[in-house]
Design a protein around this ligand. Sequence first.
Ligand SMILES: [Zn+2]
Length: 605
Amino acid sequence: MRRPHIRGRRLAIAVAVTTAATLTAGAAGSAFAGPAASPAASPSASTPAPQKAVEAARAAAYAHASATGVGKKDTLKVTDTLIDPDGRQHVRFVRTHRGLPVLGGDLVIHLTAKSAYESVTRAYRHQVDVPDAHPKLSAGQAKTKAAAVAKGRAGEPELVVDARANRTTLAYRVQVADSRTSEAGGARTLVLDAASGAVLSNTAADDSFLSPAVQAKLRARGERLSPATGLGSTAPAAPSATEKAAGSAGFPSAATGFGASLFVGKVPLSTTRTAQKSFTLKDPTRGNTETRDAGDKEAKKVTDGKPFTSTTNRWGNGTTNDRTTAAVDAQYGVTSTLDFYKKTFGRKGIKNDGRGAHALVHFGQKVGNAYWNPDCGCMLYGDGDGKTFTKPLVVLDVTGHELTHGVVEATANLQPTRTDEEGNAFGEPGALNESLADIFGSAVEFSANNPKNPPNYLLGEKLGLDQKFLRRLDKPSLDKLESAVDYWSKASYDTEVHGGSGVSSHAYYLLAEGSGKKTIGGVAYDSATYKGSKVTGIGRNKATAIFYRALTRYMVSTTDFHDARTATLHAAKDLYGAGSTAYKTVDKAWAAVNVTAANAPSAQH
Ligand SMILES: [Zn+2]
């Protein structure tokens, strides 16, 4: 399966101030006490609270340079602003150095309710400094090298400062389209040393649900997945007279229809009425979240797809012989995920900007995978390759998992430390990213609570795999496909990201549900601990709140498992207090997966 040309992910792009959903009127009206040190930080009383927070945080970053590492040659660009109900502010920045984007230069400045500097969370601890911005290698040489390495069409190289891995290197960032280096890779982003031409990183542009390694394993086993679909659902009943009469208020207007899905039974769908007897599968109540038909092409953007329309506001028939059926699952999955984030955390959309998300179904030909593409802000769903996967990959937890990658990208932007030629990614921050996608993907199921898709701590349990699930949070090592691990070890530093994800997924499960045998919703779990310690769970809601707060406030692009422990402790302290059972259980849950203060890596980053 070839992947299309999709513009590579940019590491640091967003400049808009995102208003936290947790911003309250009280916070907005609170007195502002900006630092007097910087003339830039003297906003008027009419400046909106998020903008005040950004200006105060920016000034604090320079004023506390010894802690933040932000130097005079650095410029900060805000990517996210979160204001807590108690007024505390968390402003996330990426930076440029001598005008060049800094990879690994991200940081979060934490301010008190009075906008005084409190602390910083930063990706790397070393000083970003390049003596000058004159590369030895020409842009043309970098382009040639990148095209040769990724075997594709290289775009124009961009000069950047690579501050990752505790060093500062002048480098070129090059997007390579149509990369032939991997079956699932598609576009690649290469970073080359601007002096030596050495490849500093080589990453895939979008997130695929199934790694190249697991696809190869399934093929090698000759496993053919034929998941149960339909679930007794038939084509939805015809619209009632009241429904027919509705919508006379003018078009377009919001309407409620029904869909017969592949995997989740009959579901209500919020749609757009464009004429008396004309509807599109677009949800005006959720930022115009829309699913379109990619027409078996490798569409690059949502507008390349064809809208799904109906004269009855009845969608799909529960089988793949109606092209609309997969769209029902996709639209249900995307809107259920958006609903989870909104009702649980007040998060308005993937980027917390109030916008909807989009999906393209029937993506490409014989594509046995699903992807989140950050540039189009959309999900891309293949229909299956016909060999291993025989059905569209539109199940709910796949969508929850993939859209969470979008949330992670808009917040901590956790990055793998290494990617191999086949597109498999490695390293703890990347594994933490996969783990968070599984944690919140599972939480989306609990939130949707659809009896046709009973919630659980398993991921991909509806894909039809022989092992009955793809991954699971209670005892990750039961997975034999990606060889997920239960406990941290030094090998975790360079473990494949899906396999490595078990460490923090397991910690989350223990925090929520505790150790030992437990049956929840008919699924039997038995979560063991490192050295046999006993953990009593604090409940899923608190555990999920702690992980979300940690992700959005205290994680950055380089956060590893030990940093994640610290981040979740910080979050638990904020939410429940330092002496709380929740706080103590976070500590116990991490110890139970062998992540402790005592075995933290000595290497600073
Ligand atoms: Zn993933």
